[in-house]
Design a protein around this ligand. Structure first.
Ligand SMILES: [Zn+2]
Ligand SMILES: [Zn+2]
Length: 378
């Protein structure tokens, strides 16, 4: 796979200043961040985000940028850095802070005891469906998530009972090996023991040598009021456990808003269709409309047309970070009567005759409509 030029990815000149690079990255990260691309389910948005994150990481680091300027992609290899835990969107959180606060501060790898590589555990995600009412009011929920416990059979060693783990011969237990890559000699995770420094000749059958088994646990989650579709709540430390004593990953609870029978949500505003008889639409009058808090009444004027909106200020949803609630828009859907009796048909025909006598007067779109038709057919 050929890689795009980092400067091209960020859309900056070769001699761009640090500040320009940072600005360009922020703009692109905002645009491509997965939290902002909920409706783009393709891998594309995520790939774009990763691409610009990588470009930024390289160009914002002076020594890496110098190596890249001199040798191109061969001079810097992003795969050299970070463990599995850095796969998340830490870069974005570092640059902008997460929706619900706390930063990724434990990403990447460090050194554990005995010099072995420690890896932060992977993040997990959990999809939670909430109704519009729950989203508006917030809710306390309980979810069942996977958790890992030390295997009872081998007590966490991963070795079959009666046997034990042996020191890895490839790395002599260090968990890392020196590799030449491009122009540098770099330290890499030992491919043989995958950084653990140990080889288990006879794995424990209960846990397949993992030393841990997957169980379930119940977690209490507070869903804040105003939460919207696609938002994520982070539960720190409830992801997969780390390797070699590394910190666990985080759990992300992704909110999916269930479709509502009456209301459609658009940010903090709500929309609903209100059927109104054509008689009421013509004569005007008080109609009843639903709101999340109960019923409300609005007065519609004489001659209200189909599709007309009436706004109920503050009857929408108060967003997670909003100071004021949004509005409720009631869209008038004028209903045509059905299943008419012979008598009712007669009345309507009489009404039609009477309206015709008024010329175009009774038809608000009549004249402009006739004009449009004329120019369309001429
Ligand atoms: Zn076991
Ligand atoms: Zn090894």
């Amino acid at each position: 796979m050929s890689k795009r030029d980092y400067y091209e990815v960020l859309g900056v000149a070769k001699n761009a200043s640090e500040e320009e690079i940072k600005k360009a990255y922020r703009k692109l990260a905002m645009k491509h961040h997965p939290d902002r691309n909920q409706h783009d389910t393709s891998k594309d948005a995520e790939d774009k985000f990763k691409e610009c994150k990588e470009a930024y990481e390289m160009l914002s680091d002076a020594p890496k940028r110098a190596a890249y300027d001199q040798h191109g992609h061969a001079g810097v290899d992003p795969n050299m850095r970070g463990g599995p835990g850095t796969e998340g969107f830490g870069g974005f959180a570092e640059a902008f802070g997460d929706i619900f606060g706390d930063m990724f501060n434990q990403g990447g790898r460090g050194r554990g005891q005995g010099g072995r590589q420690v890896y932060r555990g992977s993040d997990l995600s959990y999809a939670m469906e909430v109704t519009l009412e729950e989203a508006a009011r917030g809710k306390d929920a309980q979810i069942r998530i996977p958790s890992w416990e030390a295997c009872d059979t081998c007590h966490g060693s991963g070795a079959k009972v009666g046997t034990s783990a042996k020191t890895c011969t490839t790395c002599a237990g260090a968990g890392t090996v020196q590799m030449r890559q491009g122009f540098f000699s770099v330290q890499q995770t030992c491919p043989h023991c995958r950084g653990t420094g140990k080889i288990i000749p006879e794995p424990c059958p209960s846990c397949s040598g993992q030393g841990k088994v997957k169980k379930q646990k119940t977690l209490e989650v507070k869903i804040p009021s105003g939460i919207d579709d696609g938002m994520r709540i982070r539960s720190t430390g409830n992801g997969e456990p780390g390797t070699n004593g590394g910190p666990p990953g985080d759990l992300y609870i992704e909110i999916r808003l269930k479709k509502h029978d009456i209301f459609e949500r658009d940010g903090d505003d709500l929309h609903c269709q209100v059927p109104v008889s054509f008689i009421t639409a013509a004569l005007g009058g008080e109609i009843e409309v639903p709101t999340l808090a109960g019923k409300a009444a609005i007065d519609i004027p004489e001659g209200t047309q189909a599709g007309k909106q009436f706004r109920l200020r503050g009857k929408g949803i108060k967003g997670v970070r909003a100071s004021y609630p949004g509005d409720l828009y009631c869209h008038i859907a004028v209903e045509t009567p059905v299943k008419l009796t012979e008598h009712q048909r007669k009345l309507l025909r009489e009404l039609e005759e009477s309206l015709k006598k008024g010329g175009g007067r009774h038809s608000p779109s009549g004249e402009s409509w006739t004009d449009k038709l004329k120019s369309f057919f001429s």
